[in-house]
Design a protein around this ligand. Structure first.
Ligand SMILES: [Fe+2]
Length: 284
């Protein structure tokens, strides 16, 4: 099998064509996809028609699946935890009236997946099943480029510091850590700058949704510096916006990128099937 890799933007992202994800992959194809994944940060496969088993088999070619954890405070989203899949959807189960998955409607701010775990998952594989007529695009920011855009004096100030990554299943609001009980929320202190274990490139590791508190900074300075870093990380020059089509499978490097979802009409169903790959270990 020989694949074709076509870059999709100056920021990041590439389409991989010439492959049917239902078929088993040979070692050289896995290597080609891995190389494209590491170079372009986000890879897009279009026109796919895959079952859960096929999505899992494809994911397993690149590593073991990521484990999902419940939040200690019980604010865990809907859907079963007996499966590695998470449904990212606004669909409600008619019988129970409960959501069948997570992160229902509307915009969702930039974040890494599982940055609040000790060992964040290395990749996410999101497959589109049902889409609204408009909106719901996913934007990816290349955090290698964001790191390069951090001013030298700020880099020097932040080098070696950690940032608290915190998640309480919000979609578009920062948690006021100075006036909230965060003890039951999923959280972990991560380096602000990380070195990707495969590419050995440095990446900025913050996000507007989940990064709460930089080690050693007073509240005012913390907010000012985080806001400066959020703006750098979301600058349009480092962002690729993916417009979904049914049957797209997108796999992104969760160490080297953050992602956000744009708003979409609330009366239209959107259903995406998500898997993650376990991490390389603790970040550094
Ligand atoms: Fe996400």
């Amino acid at each position: 099998m020989s694949i074709t890799v076509t870059p999709l933007s100056a920021a990041c992202g590439a389409e991989i064509s010439g492959i049917d994800l239902r078929e088993p992959l040979d070692a050289s194809t896995v290597k080609e996809i891995e190389d494209a994944f590491h170079e372009h940060v986000v890879v897009v496969f279009r026109g796919q028609d895959i079952t859960e088993e096929e999505q899992m088999a494809f994911a397993n070619a690149f590593g073991g699946l990521g484990e999902r954890r419940r939040s200690p405070n019980g604010n865990t989203p809907g859907g079963s935890y007996d499966t590695p899949f998470m449904f990212v959807t606004n669909i409600i189960d008619e019988k129970t009236g409960e959501p069948i998955g997570a992160f229902g409607d509307g915009e969702m701010w930039f974040h890494h997946d599982t940055s609040y775990y000790e060992k964040p998952h290395k990749a996410t594989l999101l497959y589109s099943i049902t889409l609204p007529n408009s909106g719901g695009n996913t934007c990816f920011a290349n955090m290698y480029k964001a790191y390069e855009n951090v001013p030298a004096d700020l880099k020097a100030k932040l080098e070696g510091r950690k940032v608290l990554q915190l998640h309480d299943y919000k979609r578009r609001e920062r948690i006021d850590i100075y006036n909230s009980d965060i003890s039951g929320m999923l959280q972990y202190e991560q380096p602000i700058f990380v070195t990707h274990p495969v590419t050995r490139r440095k990446a900025l590791y913050i996000s507007r949704l989940m990064s709460a508190k930089i080690e050693g900074l007073a509240p005012d300075e913390n907010e000012a510096i985080l806001n400066q870093l959020f703006d750098i990380s979301e600058d349009p020059s480092v962002v690729f916006e993916h417009v979904w089509k049914k049957g797209d499978m997108v796999m992104w490097d969760n160490y080297a990128s953050i992602h956000m979802r744009r708003d979409f009409p609330r009366d239209q169903p959107r259903l995406m099937r998500r898997l993650t790959l376990g991490g390389y270990g603790a970040l550094n």
